[in-house]
Design a protein around this ligand. Structure first.
Ligand code: DGY
Length: 290
């Protein structure tokens, strides 16, 4: 029986598999395994306080909250939860694309506020997705799932891989959806220059990581009404209630809910526990972070 630190209680049956085989602790110095969230920072300093640690299991597909080099150097295995949240996140990305394209937040607010006085030919007009171009920045599992949805809507897909010139893609796209992992190379990939390269009135959707986008530059582009942004993730996160981005009518912001379906969150718990049990048994993790 090993000691495991679970940073937040997860209300899913997978946790019973963990509890029946191992003991829970809240003392990192005693922990042989950690099950953590993307909001937990697992850095070298924390790893140094955990000399018995064998495995860190992240309840997320992204691992940018974990210092992977520091873990590797200490022989600590790191696991993530790929695949099971692909459809949930792609659905949310597409919901944001549709909501932004048709101006749903503004139209819904107007209806509620008594602005719906008659049927108006030239009001509440949006972008038709059929024939519009979608740049998918990061063409991994989730990016491809978004592209499949977009193809069904008649959109032209522009996959943006690591070696694709980003500016060219941005200049052609009516909608840009971000699906790249956050690394030192991708941090602030959408900066002032990139935002300048976007088509006027284009839509930027981010369901990946907030820090892919330079927040101040984005706020400036939104203030100048050059683009629309639909964000599931922000930098900082959570975005404080008094943040200026909330005051901009061309920003739609939801609180990092890409994987928030019952199915995805339960399956993430399954994978996270599978990783943890394997690591504690000294077996290779079924879903290692890369
Ligand atoms: C992840 O898994 O990395 C998402 O951001 C949350 O599910």
């Amino acid at each position: 029986m090993a000691r495991v630190l679970v940073t937040q209680p997860l209300p899913f049956p997978a946790l019973d598999r963990l509890r029946t085989r191992h003991e829970l602790t809240d003392d990192v110095a005693q922990a042989e395994g950690i099950l953590c969230l993307l909001t937990d920072r697992i850095d070298a300093a924390l790893l140094d306080r955990a000399p018995l640690l064998q495995v860190v299991s992240n309840y997320a597909v992204g691992a940018d909250n974990i210092d992977l080099d520091a873990a590797r150097a200490r022989g600590v295995a790191v696991g993530v939860t790929p695949g099971v949240l692909t459809d949930a996140t792609a659905d949310l990305a597409f919901a944001l694309i549709l909501a932004a394209a048709r101006g749903l937040p503004q139209a819904a607010a107007d209806a509620r506020n008594g602005e719906w006085r008659t049927w108006e030919p030239a009001r509440w007009l949006g972008l038709e997705l059929n024939g519009a171009t979608l740049a998918v920045v990061g063409f991994g599992r989730i990016g491809q799932a978004v592209a499949r949805r977009a193809t069904a809507f008649g959109m032209e897909i522009l996959p943006v891989h690591r070696d694709t010139p980003l500016r060219d893609a941005l200049a052609q796209a009516d909608v840009v959806s971000l699906h790249a992992p956050l690394t030192s190379k991708t941090r602030h990939m959408i900066d002032a220059e990139a935002l300048d390269a976007m088509k006027p009135k284009a839509i930027l959707v981010n369901t990946a990581r907030g820090a892919l986008v330079e927040t101040n530059a984005l706020a400036a582009a939104l203030r100048e009404e050059r683009i629309f942004a639909a964000l599931d993730v922000t930098d900082p996160e959570p975005l404080p209630p008094d943040h200026p981005l909330y005051t901009l009518p061309n920003a739609l912001i939801v609180p990092h809910i890409g994987s928030a379906t019952h199915t995805a969150r339960e399956r993430m718990a399954d994978l996270a526990v599978d990783n943890l049990l394997a690591g504690l048994d000294g077996r290779p993790l079924p879903h290692p972070a890369s």
